[in-house]
Design a protein around this ligand. Structure first.
Ligand code: DX5
Ligand code: ZN
Length: 220
């Protein structure tokens, strides 16, 4: 594929007893980012990992650590994830009444900021913040679990966001990341719609040879 997209394998689908192996597979495959799904069992019905795990992973990789917080009260965790070594921290628009203060808090730690949106939340909720963030994370499944199918309406949402970014001359400054149900067979459609970063969990770690699968994404 000609466009220079980045692949962010999600370790949610990796073997949690062997995360170092997952990092090595990402290195071998040439992935750009590592996507870390943080779930609090309140914002979503699942419980995963927190800052201590990011802190342990940080010295084991020089890849860009992309933390996706699916938590209520995101402001309470920002500093810990920044200190643990996150490069980018994304929060959900649905998880706060004061998105501007969360954006400012994340930036104040020197970390890049992402804003994420669930599939049924209107895009108008995040539009006022396009010029404030480094990344927009478009959920293409209901957040909470890996291995779900890509929701078709997501492509339309990516096109809409890209168009709005272009209208504000932000398309080179604000990345669009797409998360959920990304597979080898639909990656091209998502990139053509305007995605800059693709998250892939089960499509990478659910295969026999994750490193080879990562390479296959880049060779599409
Ligand atoms: C879901 C997570 C995703 C998940 C994607 O809530 O945000 O990052 O790991 O998994 P797949 O690629 O299997 O849909
Ligand atoms: Zn995610």
């Amino acid at each position: 594929m000609s466009s220079e997209f980045k692949l962010a394998p999600s370790i949610l689908s990796a073997d949690f007893a062997n995360l170092q192996t997952a990092l090595s597979q990402c290195d071998e495959g040439g992935a750009h980012w590592i996507h870390i799904d943080v779930m609090d069992n309140q914002f979503v019905p699942n419980l995963t990992i927190g800052p201590p795990v990011v802190k342990s992973l940080r010295p084991k990789t020089n890849k860009f650590i992309d933390v996706h917080m699916m938590v209520i009260e995101p402001e309470k965790l920002v500093e810990s994830f920044a200190k643990a070594g996150a490069d980018l921290i994304t929060f959900h628009i649905e998880a706060t009444d004061d998105p501007q203060s969360v954006i400012d808090l994340i930036h104040s730690t020197g970390t890049q900021v992402g804003i994420s949106i669930k599939p049924s939340t209107p895009l108008s909720d995040i539009e006022p913040f396009y010029d404030q963030v480094d990344l927009i994370l478009v959920m293409s499944v209901e957040p909470g679990f890996g291995g779900q199918g890509y929701m078709d309406g997501s492509t339309e949402r990516i096109l809409n966001i890209k168009q709005k970014l272009k209208e504000q001359c932000l398309q080179d400054r604000v990345l669009i990341e797409v998360d959920g149900g990304i597979k080898l067979h639909n990656a091209k459609e998502v990139i053509d719609a305007g995605a800059d970063v693709l998250v892939a969990g089960s499509a990478v770690f659910g295969t026999e040879n994750p490193a080879k699968t990562i390479q296959a994404f880049y060779n599409l």
